[in-house]
Design a protein around this ligand. Structure first.
Ligand code: MG
Length: 273
């Protein structure tokens, strides 16, 4: 009996030690990185049985006049309505913008007069801007109707006449220049007006100036989604890697590509988010 009892205890210990090993392996597995499960705490309480329990009235949502039929939203800041270039300055020396003001309510790049920027600065924005590539077409690739919309004054959404005009995809129309090609090419025929509707969220930096949250951008080109909450990985230089200098609010900047691009803009407004 004693022998059996001893063997019994031994078996029990062996099983225990095996279990310990299994336990250890199991613990190691749980330490592997996993996607965090999303739990919406507010919906974990006992479920209501009355409809009123899941309805609320405050805070009120702001009423904004709609932007249909060529109108702008009631709370938009108009950056260019065709009446003057007063809200814009030369990017380098802050002198008056020298681009051409046209009688049809648009403005056109005056070649080699430099990029222009808004006097006003912004962080997160919804931006509406219309642009047109010139006729007759001239040259090829990046030298055909090249301009650009620079968010925060430094992140370029490419403007280019890409109709029957091949170029690198991460520099084509609607790209985050040299970072992210668009999801689609949605240009109207050359000489007609394109529309960009852009939602931009600025990056965040810590006290040491290091980036802790990337900027993101969503772009609709003529109503077609071409950038879908895309991460902006830094500045958009012609040569070299994107850089991430710390910054706060910045202007909206439009590019003079310096090669007689003749690109025009009209109806520019933003809503601060
Ligand atoms: Mg450009």
């Amino acid at each position: 009996m004693k022998k059996i009892h001893f063997l019994g205890i031994l078996s029990f210990l062996i099983i225990l030690s095996c279990k310990e090993e299994v336990k250890e392996v199991a613990i190691e597995k749980t330490e592997e990185p996993k996607d965090a499960v999303i739990v919406h705490e507010e919906y974990t309480k006992p479920e209501p049985t009355e409809p009123e329990a899941t309805e609320y009235y405050e805070p009120k949502v702001p009423v904004v006049g709609p932007a249909t039929g060529g109108k702008i939203p009631a709370d938009a800041i108009v950056l260019f309505d065709g009446s003057s270039l007063n809200g814009w300055i030369h990017t380098q020396d802050s002198t008056a913008a020298k681009w051409r003001l046209n009688k049809d309510g648009s403005m056109t790049v005056a070649d080699k007069t430099g990029n222009i920027r808004t006097k006003q600065e912004f962080g997160d924005i919804q931006l509406h801007i219309e642009w047109r590539s010139p006729l007759p077409v001239q040259r090829e690739g990046q030298n055909r109707g090249n301009s650009g919309v620079f968010l925060n004054g430094m992140y370029e959404i490419q403007v280019l006449d890409n109709n029957d005009n091949n170029t690198y995809v991460n520099g084509q129309v609607g790209s985050i220049y040299k970072q992210g090609p668009p999801l689609a090419m949605a240009s109207v025929p050359t000489g007609e007006w394109n529309v960009y509707d852009i939602i931009y969220h600025a990056p965040k930096f810590n006290d040491d100036g290091a980036k802790i949250k990337s900027a993101t951008v969503t772009v609709l080109h003529n109503g077609v989604l071409i950038q879908d909450h895309t991460e902006i990985k830094g500045t958009t230089p012609y040569i070299g890697w994107p850089k991430n200098p710390a910054h706060g609010k910045g202007p909206l900047m439009l590019q003079d590509h310096g090669d007689d691009s003749r690109v025009s803009y009209r109806n520019i407004w933003v809503r601060e988010l």
